[in-house]
Design a protein around this ligand. Structure first.
Ligand SMILES: Nc1ncnc2c1ncn2[C@@H]1O[C@H](COP(=O)(O)OP(=O)(O)OP(=O)(O)O)[C@@H](O)[C@H]1O
Ligand SMILES: [Mg+2]
Length: 203
């Protein structure tokens, strides 16, 4: 089976990397793909969710030697990892607060200098803060996706489920949030090349 690979990367902590890894994989299950999440940090969030036992996909903490039994591989990088990931597509979440932005901008420059295709996802935008709204707007104009600040993520977090879990069906605005993940998934698949060979070649 050939597979597609998405690295979720931003050296700044708390930007939404793990939140996106878990929910993007869950979105993939919705459209009948077989995702695998690689959680770089053995004590990381995605691993913790996996241990909760309610995710409809696997999470491993090591890059498999062989071709994975999956057609979408999502690598959830840990904070402070400044090494530009291998693989062609890098998804970078960023919270629009000014204090968070610089790391994203520096890391994105590094990735683009290496010819990577960077997909930006603005996360957790507060609709009360004018500066955050302005930063989010500027990024969206340049092609970024947005996952606005939403209570569904803390609710899902307390149950260690994705927002696609049936228990979340009646959560406030969950349909909007699910749609955003499906759109991001669609975009990363458009024109995206498949990686051949073993994981060691790309991760
Ligand atoms: N759109 C959003 N609405 C509400 N909360 C959000 C949103 N995006 C992210 N969060 C919250 O922000 C927190 C940090 O997210 P997450 O753990 O995914 O970040 P991370 O980049 O993986 O952090 P680390 O680098 O420490 O691994 C989590 O509590 C997550 O639920
Ligand atoms: Mg994380």
């Amino acid at each position: 089976m050939s597979f597609k690979l998405v690295n979720i990367w931003n050296p700044k902590g708390g930007q939404g990397k793990s939140m996106i890894a878990v929910n993007l994989a869950a979105a993939a299950v919705e459209i009948k793909l077989k995702p695998l999440v690689i959680c770089q940090d053995p004590q990381g969030t995605a691993t913790l969710y996996h241990q909760g036992g309610k995710l409809p996909f696997d999470v491993v903490s090591k890059v498999p030697d062989e071709k994975p039994d999956a057609n979408l591989v999502i690598i959830d990088h840990q904070a402070s990892d400044w090494e530009v990931p291998k693989g062609k597509i890098i998804l970078m979440p960023v919270k629009p607060a000014r204090s968070q932005y610089k790391t994203y901008a520096d890391a994105k420059k590094r990735a683009e200098a290496q010819g990577k295709q960077v997909i930006t996802v603005v996360t957790d935008t507060s609709h009360q803060r004018a500066d955050e709204i302005a930063t989010a707007k500027r990024l969206i104009e340049k092609g970024a996706f947005e996952i606005p600040s939403s209570g569904v993520f803390s609710r899902a977090d307390s149950d260690l489920v994705s927002i696609f879990d049936p228990s979340m069906d009646r959560a406030y605005k969950v349909k909007e949030r699910r749609r955003e993940f499906l759109q991001i998934l669609g975009a990363i698949f458009t024109g995206m090349l498949e990686e051949e060979g073993g994981m060691k070649d790309v991760a």
